[in-house]
Design a protein around this ligand. Structure first.
Ligand code: NAP
Length: 317
């Protein structure tokens, strides 16, 4: 498995990671046995980056299941989690990057993950109230205490990334190494404003929804049935399956087939071909999906292929 640096740091991660937002929740999410099977398949396939958040699952369910499934193997991998997103929206809807909040959140995550350090602690969503100096200062203290090894962010617009990078440099604080943003062949808007900001800040990307929640795996076809056990059978995801997206998926399936490849190989290899991407944190509900995703990054697309893909996928994303 290829490994890449995160944000030009000494931290390296496998080019395919495992996203764990489908562990320990309610509808169609993985239970203990399901999460353990997926995590063990990922470990066996050489995946070293595991991405979760305190807000994934019910009452921190994703962190708890991931911690249990990893067991002693936790020391072999890069464990990434997130804070700031409300864990129970009936109690609070605030995104919180305050010092007091962070110090409690990290203790709760460490307990659920059954570990004494987090490799990558990510600021999940920007808090409009808290100055970035306060958030970075609190995170810097966590790194100095040894509870956190590196810090990163997620869902920050370009201007906030650059502001955070300058604030960290000004104070001598730890800097964000990476951000998470939606990025795939069906969602390329990050290229416009976020990518220049990442480059200027020496940061890299962990693209989320890299498979567009499964649309880029080839299992959803125009006019075909939606598999009952798939994500698109769940109401809140079904709206991602618009007619325009399905048309685009059909064009990508045809593009890949004309070159003897699958659309999954296309989706994963296209992302892996971007130097700004450190790890593709695809989610999975079954061990065979993990293995397929890991095997799908080996296609080096030609310049002509990339130009044709731009023609097929730019505009309206
Ligand atoms: P995704 O990776 O685009 O899609 C994952 C889903 O696609 C799987 O759960 C599975 O669902 C299906 N799938 C995956 N591989 C497949 C294969 N080989 N064949 C057929 N189906 C396959 O979306 P995601 O998991 O939501 O996003 C990835 C990760 O990014 C998350 O787990 C999370 O860690 C992170 N994330 C972060 C944010 C943020 O705000 N920072 C937001 C969203 C996600 P079914 O089997 O149920 O169809």
């Amino acid at each position: 498995m290829e490994t890449r640096q995160l944000g030009g740091s000494g931290l390296t991660v496998s080019i395919v990671g495992l996203g764990c937002n489908n562990f320990g929740g309610m509808k169609q999410s993985l239970d203990n046995a399901g999460a353990t099977a997926v995590v063990h398949a990922a470990l066996d396939a050489g995946i070293t980056l595991f991405d979760t958040a305190d807000s994934y699952g019910t009452a921190g369910g994703s962190e708890s299941l991931l911690g249990q499934a990893l067991g002693a193997r936790r020391r072999d991998i890069v464990l990434a989690t997130k804070f700031a997103s409300p864990m129970n929206r009936e109690v609070s809807t605030r995104f919180n990057g305050g010092r007091r909040y962070i110090f409690k959140a990290v203790e709760d995550s460490l307990r659920r993950l059954n570990t004494d350090y987090i490799d990558l602690y990510q600021y999940h969503f920007p808090d409009p109230l808290t100055p970035i100096d306060e958030t970075l200062g609190a995170l810097d203290d966590l790194v100095r205490s040894g509870k956190v090894r590196h810090i990163a962010c997620s869902n920050l617009p370009g201007w906030q990334l650059v502001d955070a990078a300058w604030t960290a440099r000004h104070h001598g604080y730890e800097r964000f190494l990476s951000t998470q943003a939606e990025y795939s062949l069906l969602a390329r808007s990050a290229e416009r404003e976020l990518f220049p900001a990442l480059r200027a800040s020496h940061m890299t990307l962990l693209p989320y929804f890299p498979l567009a929640s499964g649309l880029l795996t080839g299992k959803y076809r125009k006019g075909g049935d939606v598999p009952a056990d798939s994500r698109m059978a769940i109401g809140r995801f079904a709206q991602q399956m618009t007619e325009a997206r399905i048309e685009r998926v059909e064009a990508l399936i045809a593009f890949a087939a004309a070159r003897g490849r699958s659309v999954l190989e296309l989706a994963m290899s296209w992302l892996a071909g971007k130097p700004i991407v450190s790890s593709i944190i695809a989610g999975a509900t079954r061990p065979e999906q993990v293995r397929a995703n890991v095997a799908a990054t080996g296609w080096t697309l030609s310049a002509d292929d990339l130009a044709e893909l731009d023609r097929l996928t730019l505009g309206g994303s």
